[in-house]
Design a protein around this ligand. Structure first.
Ligand SMILES: Nc1ncnc2c1ncn2[C@@H]1O[C@H](COP(=O)(O)OP(=O)(O)OP(=O)(O)O)[C@@H](O)[C@H]1O
Ligand SMILES: [Mg+2]
Length: 380
């Protein structure tokens, strides 16, 4: 049976080779890429603080789950990942624990992160089996340390990956939105995730200036919890705060108001309490964090060579990540830096889609990848 598959595969490979050879633009690398794609999967992973996405070449985003792992402490094995792991919380024996492998954009637990990467690769491989191990590319926050990079590479290799590449999230998001990252013209992208905001200036396929700050979705939620506690003396959970941020939050003032009900615990009576809050409350809660974010964007622009910045004035800058969906954030940034701001299409999947684009044109995006311990990656 396997021999038959091999015959079939290689007849298709031969057809692909001859058709590719006819093209004047064909290169040996591209032919090899296409051949391997027939017998091996190309997998892109966006290992985010809040959400983990897996992109499978030819299929699109095949896994989109919260970044939670349920771990059996006795065996150190992953029992479930994503929503299933979240649901296990509080309903399982004590030795099953739910953990978030990435906190504030940093790998907090290498073992769990490794288990999660292995689980995701194996799941994608099981559903779409191929003869050879996959090529894997992992999106990571900008400024990741060499130790973390190595941990991610090792985890993917241990899970059977044939080749492993690493890309910084803002670069992947820009590529996912098909922004002109390889041109000698500056592209500024701000990826506002759950744990970190990455502000990156990209030119000629590389990140020329960047800043990574811990003010992102999780911090906004904590701001809302603190504001409700201080202003209304009501204690709410982070999930309630996140719902308020998404449904009631608005960063700019508009005539028509947004309102929403929230339930929490009255800190004075200790009893449950329901109150109505408005967009003004959420705006006030997030004010300081938004100001810090704006200062950081300005700082990156101020420290970027003027010829790169001058290019962006006309085309504008881009927002990706879930935080890009906060009502009015694009307008506030645009007002602060006097440059148009665009939210990329489907900001939550931009990084994952970017990994897919890179895998399809690996030799073209070599510059965009994180080098292996400061060495340029070897593209075979
Ligand atoms: N409609 C929305 N409005 C406001 N915030 C949103 C919306 N949708 C998602 N978010 C927020 O976006 C964040 C998750 O974004 P994303 O999935 O890009 O993060 P991540 O990639 O997991 O994190 P990181 O890149 O920091 O590691 C969460 O904090 C979530 O509350
Ligand atoms: Mg992200």
């Amino acid at each position: 049976m396997r021999a038959l598959f091999l015959c079939l595969d290689f007849s298709v490979i031969f057809a692909t080779m001859t058709s590719t050879m006819a093209s004047p633009l064909s290169t040996v690398g591209k032919i090899k890429d296409r051949m391997f794609r027939l017998i091996s999967n190309d997998i892109g992973i966006d290992l985010g603080t809040a959400n983990t996405l897996v992109y499978l070449a030819g299929k699109g985003v095949v896994i989109d789950e919260p970044s939670v792992v349920a771990l059996n402490k006795k065996t150190s094995r992953v029992v479930a990942v994503g929503s299933a792991a979240k649901e296990m919380l509080g309903r399982t024996p004590a030795h099953i624990q739910a953990e978030r492998p990435i906190i504030d954009g940093v790998i907090s637990n290498f073992e769990v992160a490794g288990e999660m990467i292995a689980y995701l690769i194996n799941k994608a491989e099981k559903e779409y089996p191929k003869l050879l191990g996959p090529r894997v590319i992992v999106g990571v926050p900008s400024g990741i340390t060499n130790v973390e990079t190595r941990a991610v590479r090792d985890a993917a290799t241990d899970a059977g990956a044939r080749e492993v590449y690493i890309v910084e999230e803002p670069m992947a998001a820009a590529i996912g939105d098909r922004l002109p990252v390889q041109q000698a013209k500056g592209t500024i992208i701000i990826d506002i995730g759950g744990g970190t905001t990455d502000i990156a200036v990209i030119s000629l396929g590389g990140i020329v200036n960047s800043k990574n700050l811990k003010i992102a979705g999780d911090k906004f939620n904590q701001d809302i919890v603190a504001y409700m506690r201080d202003t209304y003396k009501v204690l709410i959970g982070e999930k309630t705060a996140e719902d308020l941020k998404m449904n009631v939050g608005r960063i700019i003032e508009k005539q028509e108001k947004k309102k929403g009900k929230m339930r929490g615990r009255d800190l004075i009576t200790g009893l449950p309490k329901e109150i109505t809050v408005t967009d003004k409350d959420i705006r006030s809660a997030m004010q300081n964090s938004v100001d810090t974010l704006l200062d950081s964007v300005k700082a990156v622009i101020e420290t970027t060579p003027p010829e790169i910045i001058s290019d962006t004035i006309g085309s504008g800058i881009y927002l990706s990540g879930g935080g890009a969906l906060i009502d009015g954030l694009d307008k506030v940034i645009s007002d602060a830096i006097k440059v148009p701001v665009h939210v990329v299409a489907d900001p939550l999947t931009a990084v994952a889609r970017g990994t897919g684009v890179i895998l399809e044109n690996l030799s073209e995006y070599e510059e965009a990848l994180v080098s292996y311990d400061n060495e340029l990656p070897i593209i075979q």
